[in-house]
Design a protein around this ligand. Structure first.
Ligand SMILES: Nc1nc2c(ncn2[C@@H]2O[C@H](COP(=O)(O)OP(=O)(O)OP(=O)(O)O)[C@@H](O)[C@H]2O)c(=O)[nH]1
Ligand SMILES: [Mg+2]
Length: 363
């Protein structure tokens, strides 16, 4: 599980001051006080909105203010109250008072709305202060100030897809080209030391969460390389994308078999999750050999090539796609085996759409 967290200060609106004025009309001598009340300052609310799934809107926003109420006016007219500021958060957001560390709310259900900070009341205008002793008060109340609070929002994200591959195969590069995450990328093994999450957009309104984790090598379950401890971070992901590097000194089939084995050793559950395979770095392969290499791999793991062109897979490259329309999805086999390159962006969009479909199979 990953935690996304943002901090900011909320300041609700100030109440508008009351007005001090006297009625002035033709033929009315000494019209009494008639200054109206100030309007209320804007409240600040948090509301759960299922259409958002990140806190990224809040990044870089230090202070969020609601507007102030408008001052009262003559003729006992009340000033306009300020509109409320409604901040949308994804379900699962925890709201914490950053000064006391107290958890204020766990916001789970769509539509739940809580008030973070109430706007100041408007001040009363001078007409309220008229009495038998003082028929012409000039006194009016200022509006009450808004409330300031330091807030921290935390969102516990569970990844939908975990990337699994040997070191240096391009896992971090894929997440960087398909999501908002900006992980470290370098041409050496074990660049990624801690898991990172990215939100991958699919079309305009849907997205899923992808987790980049450190590379796995043979013997990882015995502690080689960085071990397998970090696989805990993707223990709850529904799907895995195995990334096999076509340009690696390690044989493609070996990479794949070792990865599957190591993951299963870590957790037989995780080893049985829905999965797919990306063959990476196709730009680094001689185009004449490319299709033969892919074919050999697909056949090598006991699958066949496909020819229906779903998800806009690039036509000149062979691939495998499990037929889930006529047949029931077989979870022990990959949903797709797709060649791609993050550098030339070949098939990267297709990978996003196909993964989104994989996540939603049987949902
Ligand atoms: N030619 C080519 N190089 C790529 C591609 N994707 C990534 N690379 C390069 O491969 C190297 C490793 O990329 P990373 O994304 O850091 O690999 P990783 O799998 O996250 O590696 P670790 O974090 O060490 O496990 C970098 O030099 C990338 O620029 C690709 O599609 N084509
Ligand atoms: Mg990496």
């Amino acid at each position: 599980m990953f935690i996304d967290s943002v901090k900011f200060t909320v300041i609700s609106g100030k109440g508008g001051p009351g007005c001090s004025s006297f009625r002035t009309e033709k033929f009315v001598v000494k019209g009494g006080p008639d200054g109206g009340d100030g309007g209320k300052g804007g409240n600040i609310y948090l509301e759960v909105d299922n259409n958002t799934d990140t806190l990224s809107w809040y990044k870089g926003r230090r202070t969020l203010r609601a507007e102030n109420g408008k001052p009262g006016m003559t003729s006992r007219m009340t000033g306009k109250s300020a509109p409320d500021l409604i901040l949308r958060v994804p379900p699962g957001t925890q709201v914490i008072d950053d000064d006391t560390q107290e958890v204020l709310w766990d916001l789970i259900d769509e539509g739940t709305k809580v008030i973070l900070s109430e706007g100041g009341k408007g001040g009363m205008g001078n007409y309220h202060f008229k009495n038998s002793r003082n028929q012409a008060p000039t006194y009016f109340q200022p509006g009450l100030p808004g409330m300031e609070k330091n807030i921290r929002l935390e969102l516990k994200l569970i990844a939908d897809v975990g990337l699994v591959g040997y070191p240096n195969v391009g896992k971090s590069t894929l997440i960087s080209v398909s999501s908002n995450a900006a992980p470290q990328i370098a041409n050496y093994e074990f660049t990624t030391l801690t898991p990172k999450l990215g939100v991958v957009n699919v079309g305009e309104y849907t997205s899923f969460v992808m987790a980049d984790i450190p590379g796995i090598i043979e013997g990882a379950s015995d502690g080689r390389g960085l071990g397998l401890e970090f696989l805990r971070h993707i223990e709850r992901t529904q799907t895995l994308l195995y990334m096999v590097d076509m340009a690696n000194y390690r044989e493609m089939l070996d990479q794949y078999e070792v990865l599957r084995e190591e993951v299963a050793k870590f957790s037989s559950e995780l080893g049985k999750r829905k999965f797919a395979i990306a063959l990476t770095k196709i730009d680094a392969i001689n185009p004449e050999e490319l299709n033969t290499k892919i074919e050999d791999f697909i056949k090598g793991i006991g699958l066949e090539l496909s020819n229906e062109n779903a998800f806009g897979f690039e036509k000149d490259k062979v691939y495998h796609l499990q037929d889930t329309v006529c047949n029931k999805f077989d979870q022990s086999k990959p949903f797709f085996v797709l060649p791609m390159s993050s550098v030339t962006k070949q098939n990267t969009k297709s990978v996003r759409f196909a993964l989104y479909d994989l996540i939603n199979i049987d949902k």
